[in-house]
Design a protein. Structure first.
Length: 490
């Protein structure tokens, strides 16, 4: 309370209501950044008791009020010590080191001096991006996914730049874009897709796969897209330094003319900017001007699902999208991009034509299936993708062999975290059987590992049951039905 008896707590404006007739599949969960983001809290009140918004909040407000404005002075927001310190604290503390071998802990031993030096180099243009270290991680289908590990200072500067640029682009990105954005995640994309398939007139689904998107992203086009909003040449050059830094693999440095290595803090934002101009704005105009029926769109990074009411719309869209992608050096995967009949009438239509059950499609780890409720009504079922579960179980089996002689409580604590994390992601309504199967298989793997610890005999199931009750959580559903959650969050 102040001397006038009034509260000094700043007034937080309420969220504006959604516009009428907005598709359920594209309702938005608000435009605010995630809690804890830099510059989101208003500055302390002045003597006149008028709220003074922070600099980043002013950038956001300007970008929101004028979609054509170009920002000419942004770099000083990036090299501020507060911004760099905030970015450092947001980095993963035990992430792999880049080509410089610098770790988060070692850099933090003299943090303020290091940040001051980095800030001065950014300010006078002496900062140089280092090449990313190439590593490979196994994919669920057995192939290797290339990842780039940037140097620590490159991660730090990229993170600081993303915090600043998010205030501009979050006001531009459309509602059906969910990947790597504040207050958005995979389950919100899954909820939007489920509601669109369940409640809109969707009879055909186009499952899109952009071939090697992060490796084909055109630097020239990306710079053009950035210049629509960013007129500060120093910031554009900073981004170009990351794109042109090259890749270090087996001691050999390779220059890249296209692509943005996965693993950097800036790559997800740059990918969203690229697809915003290449796909999002185009598809928004296409369905308004060219579509004859309902069209729903859900995009998570380069994973895209589009639903149509009419097959003619879907085929026309597919054909025109191919040309659109080629213009910007992208390509739809010819084998993984599919148009399937999917929806409340798919089973009846295919049975009448003797085509068997409706086809399924995969999105964000779930296989989407045309199913029915106990009362015979249409319902979209979501089950864990079999290959995804098998890959996770194989990693658990391998790790249990490695931990075979570790103390049982340590192994139990590790297994609890693995199983709980799996349930938190895949615990959606209708997927209980897959959860129970995962828990049962993990139990068998653990039992075999314990039996191999000694040659004196097997572990009795009475003891095993006690260990299971102690460490492995039950296979419970963690998420509500998407329609309920969307009504609450929107």
């Amino acid at each position: 309370m102040n001397e006038h008896g009034k509260s000094d707590r700043p007034i937080v404006p309420g969220k504006s209501p959604n516009k009428a007739r907005v598709s359920v599949a594209e309702e938005m969960e608000g435009r605010g950044l995630a809690k804890g983001n830099l510059g989101q809290q208003n500055a302390p009140r002045t003597q006149s008791r008028i709220s003074a918004p922070s600099e980043l909040a002013q950038i956001r407000q300007t970008a929101k009020s004028n979609k054509d404005v170009k920002f000419t002075a942004l770099l000083h927001h990036i090299y501020r010590i507060d911004t760099l310190r905030f970015a450092y604290l947001r980095l993963k503390r035990y992430a792999a080191a880049g080509v410089d071998g610098e770790t988060w802990q070692h850099y933090g031993e003299d943090l303020e001096a290091n940040l001051q030096d980095l800030s001065h180099r950014l300010k006078r243009g002496a900062y140089r991006a280092k090449p990313v270290r190439r590593v490979y991680i196994p994919k669920a289908d057995g192939r290797q996914r290339p990842l780039g590990v940037p140097a620590l200072e490159d991660k730090l500067v990229q993170r600081a730049a993303v915090e600043v640029l998010n205030n501009i682009y979050e006001t531009d990105f459309l509602g059906f874009s969910y990947g790597f954005r504040p207050q958005r995640n995979q389950h919100k994309a899954l909820d939007a897709l489920w509601c669109g398939l369940q409640e809109r007139r969707v009879n055909w689904v186009l499952d899109l796969d952009v071939r090697s998107f992060f490796d084909r992203l055109s630097h020239e086009w990306l710079v053009r897209f950035l210049q629509h909003r960013i007129a500060d040449r120093r910031v554009v050059r900073l981004i170009q330094k990351w794109l042109n830094a090259g890749v270090l693999e087996k001691g050999k440095r390779t220059q890249v003319e296209a692509g943005s290595p996965q693993g950097g803090s800036a790559s997800p934002l740059l990918a969203n900017i690229y697809l915003h101009y290449v796909f999002d704005l185009w598809v928004q105009a296409w369905r308004r001007k060219c579509a004859h029926g309902d069209v729903i769109v859900v995009r998570y990074a380069d994973d895209i699902v589009v639903g149509f009411e009419f097959k003619d719309d879907a085929e026309r869209f597919w054909s025109e999208l191919k040309e659109r992608m080629q213009k910007f050096q992208l390509e739809l995967h010819p084998e993984k991009t599919r148009l399937i009949e999917f929806g409340r009438h798919a089973a009846t239509n295919r049975k009448r034509a003797s085509l068997g059950k409706p086809e399924t499609f995969d999105f964000l780890g779930f296989k989407h299936i045309c199913g029915k409720t106990k009362k015979g009504r249409f319902m979209v079922l979501r089950h864990t993708i079999r290959k995804r579960m098998q890959a996770t179980l194989l990693r658990v089996k391998t790790e249990l062999r490695r931990r075979m002689h570790d103390p049982v409580p340590e192994v139990g604590k590790w297994l609890k975290s693995v199983v709980s994390g799996h349930f938190r992601y895949f615990g959606v309504p209708g997927n209980r059987y897959a959860l129970a199967h995962f828990r049962f298989t993990v139990t068998n793997f653990w039992h075999r590992a314990l039996c191999r610890r000694s040659q004196h005999g097997r572990v009795k199931w009475e003891r095993m049951k006690r260990l299971i009750r102690r460490w492995l959580p039950p296979a419970n559903i963690c998420h509500p039905y998407p329609s309920r959650r969307l009504r609450v969050t929107t």
